[in-house]
Design a protein around this ligand. Structure first.
Ligand code: SF4
Length: 313
């Protein structure tokens, strides 16, 4: 991939790390190593991509897969859909519980437009795609990105959550747009939008899975650093599940990134719900550290009346 400019535009640069090229590469490498497979991500044909986008507006992605396959079996090309009887398309929508029937009517009409008004070729830009019936800015941008690698940065609630947590972007539509746009490498909308949506979908979920999902932005992430994982759609600290074994692993990983850490700085990096005097507080953390010390992995010492932990070297 190309990294585009090393520094993002001045306004967005206020929120983004200086090494924005490394931030971009880390995410794309993480995505390309492993991601959820959806059949419409295997094609660059705009017709099946549009069908998947319209279906997934109201239906969970895993449930869309079968409906999408059946739909393309019934109407394999945009011309076939344009030639279909509208009542059959609506009946399909109802039979597959895909939500508002209007979406089926719009999709059928969009196919007719492509066939009759655009000589069978989809427009390739977000603006051009919005001329199709029922295709709003989000869908147009998704089709332009995934079919033509020609879109802008996607900004949905998942992306907003990621940007808010990782780069401390304020909860403000214009700021999200600006930072998302500056972060996306020029001309890389297909892989980039897939990657950042995957990050929001499998790592930076409402309850984040930073370590479990191997989030590639931990080194830069403001939330990971501070332990505050609230977000615009997560107004209170999310509940955080974790086995003792996972927590031990996490202590070791966090300490590996620091020379040493006082308990109250280590705690929030280990559990998002760490509170010094709470159930998961100093006493709980001290118990974990004592176990790790018994296993020869960690040392805890008192310094200026404060317990400080470090990896045993
Ligand atoms: S480190 Fe955690 S909170 Fe930060 S971006 Fe990654 S998954 Fe989200």
């Amino acid at each position: 991939m190309t990294d585009g400019p090393e520094t993002a535009d001045a306004d967005a640069g206020e929120y983004l790390p200086d090494d924005v090229g490394a931030v971009r590469s880390a995410l794309v490498e993480w995505y390309e190593t492993d991601h959820r497979e959806y059949p419409w991500r295997e094609t660059t044909d705009p017709y099946p991509i549009l069908v998947s986008e319209v279906m997934s507006q109201q239906t969970q992605l895993d449930r869309v897969v079968d409906a999408w396959r059946d739909f393309l079996e019934a109407w394999p090309t945009v011309a076939a859909l344009a030639a279909a009887d509208r009542a059959d398309v609506v009946a399909f929508w109802t039979d597959h519980s895909l939500g508002y029937n209007n979406r089926a009517k719009y999709l059928h009409e969009a196919a007719r437009q492509v066939t009759e008004e655009f000589d069978g070729e989809f427009p390739e830009t977000p603006d051009g795609l919005q001329e199709l019936m029922g295709v709003g800015p989000y869908t147009a941008n998704a089709v332009a990105s995934f079919a033509f690698d020609n879109g802008d940065a996607v900004v949905d609630t998942n992306v907003e959550r990621v940007l808010y947590r990782a780069f401390d972007v304020p909860d403000d539509d214009a700021a999200f747009e600006r930072v998302a746009g500056a972060l996306m490498p020029d001309g890389e909308s297909r892989v980039w939008n897939n990657a950042i949506m995957e990050l929001g979908g499998v790592a930076c979920e409402k309850t984040p899975r930073c370590d479990e999902a191997g989030c590639p932005w931990r080194a830069w992430c403001h939330a990971y650093e501070t332990g505050d994982f609230t977000a615009p759609d997560v107004p209170t600290q999310p509940s955080f599940e974790g086995s003792r074994r996972q927590m031990r692993g996490r202590v070791v990983r966090v300490l590996g990134e620091h020379d040493d850490l006082p308990l109250d700085e280590l705690g929030p990096r280990v559990r998002v719900d760490y509170a010094p005097d709470g159930e998961y507080g100093r006493e709980w953390l001290r118990g974990l550290l004592d176990d790790l010390a018994d296993d020869g992995l960690v040392d805890v010492e008192e310094r200026d009346g404060e317990a400080v932990a470090r990896l045993r070297r």
